[in-house]
Design a protein around this ligand. Structure first.
Ligand code: ZN
Length: 304
């Protein structure tokens, strides 16, 4: 083994415990999967060694939960999820140059050209008035505008759209929603980032409290501690993050026309550490959280 491989194997042992199998010639090593162990409520590994790492290719996969919980991909992701800060630093030092360059190549997401907050824009500017009026018509208050840094733009690809930015835990922009306030073919236009790889406004989520799962950014404004799924289905990343972090109840609040999606999600989530913590509301067919201004008390639905 080269020095670097030796350091990497030691590092993996630090993070994952003792290996189950190790084929040096192939650069393969297997460990108990921490996600699987968590799923079974175990503090230690489940003894199955399903987590396979190829350290010459810098990839990993759990043969049991890889598909379900996204426990697979570049090794850096495994470290991001399960390693300490110090361990991550060591990995970054030994990570091959090509992989570092791939990371650097990813263009950083920027807010759309011309984005301005309402505070920073002239209240007599016609688009400002129109955009603001649109927000008011949907029940969005000044307080919400401020809290979510809602703005708008009149130039570039996202012209004449309300912009709702999303920031990660570190406060870095990771997504934005752009909603037209004038009638346009496309009501929403998304940035060139895969929405499955981010959690919308993750920095605002308090995992120690009840969380509300909603479809759209505009729904999220009306429930304290909401999580926006950016659709009717949940990404693997969100599923895993929710599963590992949610300490309170999880209330599913999909749109009225998505009752079936909501139910499906209910059954997917209601297991393991989340068992009995999942609640669901059944909204009237043509209503969503935004239209109801978050008034959902009467729509809780008991699943038997
Ligand atoms: Zn697993």
């Amino acid at each position: 083994m080269s020095d670097e491989v030796e350091v990497l194997v030691e590092l993996l042992r630090d993070v994952l415990g003792h290996e189950k199998q190790h084929y040096e010639s192939k650069g393969q090593i297997s460990f108990d999967c921490p996600v699987c162990a968590d799923e079974k409520g175990l503090d230690e590994g489940d003894g199955k060694g399903n987590l396979e790492i190829n350290y010459s290719k810098h990839v990993y996969k759990c043969w049991s939960c890889g598909e379900t919980y996204g426990t697979q991909g570049p090794l850096g992701r495994l470290f991001d999820k399960h390693a300490t800060k110090a361990q991550k630093k060591v990995y970054n030092l030994i990570k091959p140059e090509e992989l570092k360059q791939q990371d650097a190549k990813k263009p950083k997401l920027k807010l759309p050209e011309g984005y301005t907050t309402f505070e920073d824009s002239n209240p007599r500017f016609i688009p400002h008035i129109e955009a603001y009026r649109y927000l008011q018509s949907r029940g969005i208050t000044d307080e919400i505008i401020k809290k979510y840094k809602i703005g708008y733009t009149v130039t570039g690809d996202f012209a004449y759209r309300i912009i709702v930015p999303s920031f990660n835990k570190e406060g870095t922009l990771n997504y934005f929603v752009a909603r037209a306030w004038v009638s346009k073919k496309m009501k929403y236009k998304n940035p060139a980032v895969t929405k499955d790889e981010i959690i919308f406004n993750e920095g605002l989520i308090d995992w120690s409290k009840d969380v509300y799962l909603v479809e759209g950014a505009f729904d999220g404004f009306f429930l304290e501690n909401s999580i926006v799924m950016l659709g009717k289905k949940m990404s693997k990343l969100l599923f895993e993050t929710l599963y590992n972090n949610a300490k309170g109840n999880v209330i599913i609040c999909t749109d009225g026309d998505a009752w079936k999606d909501g139910l499906k999600l209910y059954h997917e989530l209601n297991g393991g550490v989340l068992y009995n913590k999942i609640k669901i509301v059944r909204l009237p067919m043509d209503q969503d959280i935004c239209e109801l201004r978050g008034q959902i008390d009467e729509y809780y639905y008991e699943i038997k």
